[in-house]
Design a binder for this molecule. Structure first.
Ligand SMILES: NC(=O)c1ccc[n+]([C@@H]2O[C@H](COP(=O)([O-])OP(=O)(O)OC[C@H]3O[C@@H](n4cnc5c(N)ncnc54)[C@H](O)[C@@H]3O)[C@@H](O)[C@H]2O)c1
Length: 304
């Protein structure tokens, strides 16, 4: 086991991703400070942590003492100047808007110790678009996690224009100490590594249906039979949310200007009708019991 390169980690933004990343660090022995502008988000994160640990307790994956120890290592505050200066690594996970990221990194650069490493968990904003607001470009990087953090056990690390080898090495070591696999993105890349692969699959599947080649059900059946996965690309898009899928496709489209990268009209029509996937009860499938989970569906017994 690698030795811990840091003692304390600070998470900025205790929402969906920040809460998970911080809990995972605390589970692996780190002291964690959560900073959020909203007190209710902090309380929600504490509640989610407690529920997640109770579920692990029930499965006998942890003991009651371990639960208490993990929770005692986590701290919450609405003041960045209270949490961030205590950390040797800060992971920012605020909403995906450049101006918010700029504001947070400007504050972090002011309040953090000079050796503290600053990372963004952004899905699409490169650190090179953020680094300029700091005076420590050698100590900033993208650190991209996948939810649920404890199940999708990889973290993609991507440099900015000046990120040092030392920074990458300590973060790589840190990632191993929280039992995740660090993947190094060697050149700046929208979508890092895995999202590029997933995006190619998603784009082709959307084209197959848009061009009338196959139904989304048969595309999913092909995928599920070939890979033995429990859902196909359309089922997965429903989980992500079709509006989020559209927004991500738009990022690639704006970057390339290539018409084939634009989200297809049938997807936009679904969004227009409020069919956003699992979160609205209908997307490509209907929820909570999507057809692809029904017995016999894979054999083509039932159409959705
Ligand atoms: N959702 C995903 O599946 C996913 C996966 C990987 C990466 N990401 C990235 O993670 C980041 C966060 O996404 P999320 O889904 O957790 O969003 P979210 O909306 O659930 O959480 C964002 C949190 O940031 C807080 N916040 C807003 N402004 C702040 C500020 N100035 N200082 C401190 N806190 C502030 C909000 O109150 C909220 O609690 C985004 O950059 C996103 O691209 C998301």
């Amino acid at each position: 086991m690698e030795t811990k390169p840091f003692e304390t980690v600070c998470i900025i933004g205790a929402g969906f991703m920040g809460a998970q990343i911080g809990l995972h660090c605390a589970t692996h022995g780190y002291t964690v400070w959560f900073v959020d502008i909203l007190e209710e988000e902090l309380q929600r994160a504490v509640q989610r942590h407690s529920e997640e640990l109770d579920a692990r307790l029930e499965k006998e994956q942890i003991t009651p003492d371990e639960k208490e120890a993990i929770l005692s290592r986590t701290h919450v505050t609405t003041k960045i100047q209270e949490g961030a200066p205590k950390a040797q690594l800060v992971i920012e996970s605020v909403p995906e808007r450049l101006e918010i990221k700029h504001e947070v990194f400007t504050q972090l650069d002011e309040v953090c110790l000079s050796h503290t490493i600053l990372a963004t968990n952004s899905s699409s904003i490169r650190i090179s678009a953020i680094e300029e607001v700091t005076n420590r470009p050698k100590k900033v990087l993208n650190m991209h996690f996948y939810p649920p953090v404890w199940q999708r056990t990889m973290v993609e690390l991507m440099r900015g224009t000046a990120t040092s080898d030392e920074t990458i090495e300590s973060v790589r070591q840190f990632v191993r100490t929280i039992d995740l696999t660090p993947l190094l993105v060697r050149r700046e890349s929208t979508g890092f590594i895995f999202n590029r692969v997933w995006r190619a699959i998603k784009k082709e599947c959307l084209h197959l249906v848009d061009n009338g080649v196959a139904s989304h059900e048969d595309v999913d059946r092909a995928w599920m039979i070939a890979t033995a996965m429990p859902a196909g690309p359309f089922g997965l898009m429903d989980v992500v949310g079709l509006d989020v899928v559209r927004d991500i496709e738009m990022v690639y489209y704006r970057e390339s200007g290539d018409e084939t990268d634009a989200p297809p009209k049938f997807l936009l029509d679904k969004i227009e009708r409020g069919e956003l996937g699992m979160k609205t009860g209908k997307g490509f499938y209907t929820y909570p019991n999507p057809a692809f989970q029904a017995p016999g569906w894979l054999k083509g017994d039932k159409e959705n």
